[in-house]
Ligand binder design. Structure first.
Ligand code: 5GP
Length: 202
């Protein structure tokens, strides 16, 4: 039984998951898992902060030693969640956010159904295209491919517990904070401990 809560955040490329998660860790006591990837860093990305950028060979050896909680191939590159770090944080009672794609989220759901699955949506396809273009890191072809895949990806939304439309960034972050607060207010074993304490006090 883990003490911390696992939150899984997914959504189409360009929906704003990364920005939202970075804002969340500044505002809430939660750790963001840093994934490993075989893709090359984008301008401004820092190894160990955005991702651990590793070779395919290294990635494969971690897969072999079962060092990933989940991994997936996304747009031709491998991405994986380091297992031990996440499990240690949860055991210590820390909440952890995984910002991962839908294939990865479904794998986590099989192993860890008590996780909370949040889907971030763009307000429109036009806005999604604008955001991907503004990012400037993908070619027109890649942007078109990602936009096309969005419609397939959103068909998995029923596997998630919550969805948040990221029209206005602060509003989306506020909603996710509300989800975290609500999940911490569930009737859990902690409340029974509190009720036992009431009895002792009487
Ligand atoms: P990007 O290359 O744009 O940073 O990420 C591409 C996709 O990979 C995004 O949907 C992102 O959420 C996903 N991703 C990042 N890290 C992981 C991971 O550890 N596992 C999985 N399955 N997907 C990931």
């Amino acid at each position: 039984m883990y003490e911390g809560q696992l939150f899984v955040v997914s959504g189409p490329s360009g929906a704003g998951k990364g920005t939202i998660c970075r804002m969340l860790i500044d505002q809430v006591k939660v750790s963001l898992s840093v994934s490993m990837t075989t893709r090359t860093p984008r301008a401004g990305e820092i190894n160990g902060e955005n991702y651990y950028f590793i070779t395919r060979k290294k990635f494969e050896s971690i897969v072999e030693s079962e060092g990933f909680l989940e991994y997936a191939e996304v747009y031709g590159n491998y991405y994986g969640t380091p297992k031990q770090t996440v499990l240690d944080l949860l055991k210590e009672g820390e909440d952890v956010i995984l910002e991962i794609d839908i294939q990865g989220a479904l794998k986590i759901k099989e192993q860890y159904p008590e996780g909370i699955f949040i889907y971030i949506l763009p307000p429109s396809m036009g806005e999604l295209r604008k955001r991907l273009t503004r990012r400037g890191s993908e070619t027109e072809d890649v942007i078109n491919q990602r936009i096309k895949e969005t419609l397939t990806e959103v068909s998995y939304i029923d596997k998630y517990d919550y969805c948040v439309v990221n029209g206005e960034l602060n509003e989306a972050v506020t909603r996710i904070k509300a989800i975290i607060t609500a999940e911490h207010s569930r009737v859990s074993h902690d409340v029974y401990e509190l009720i036992d304490k009431y009895r002792e006090e009487m």
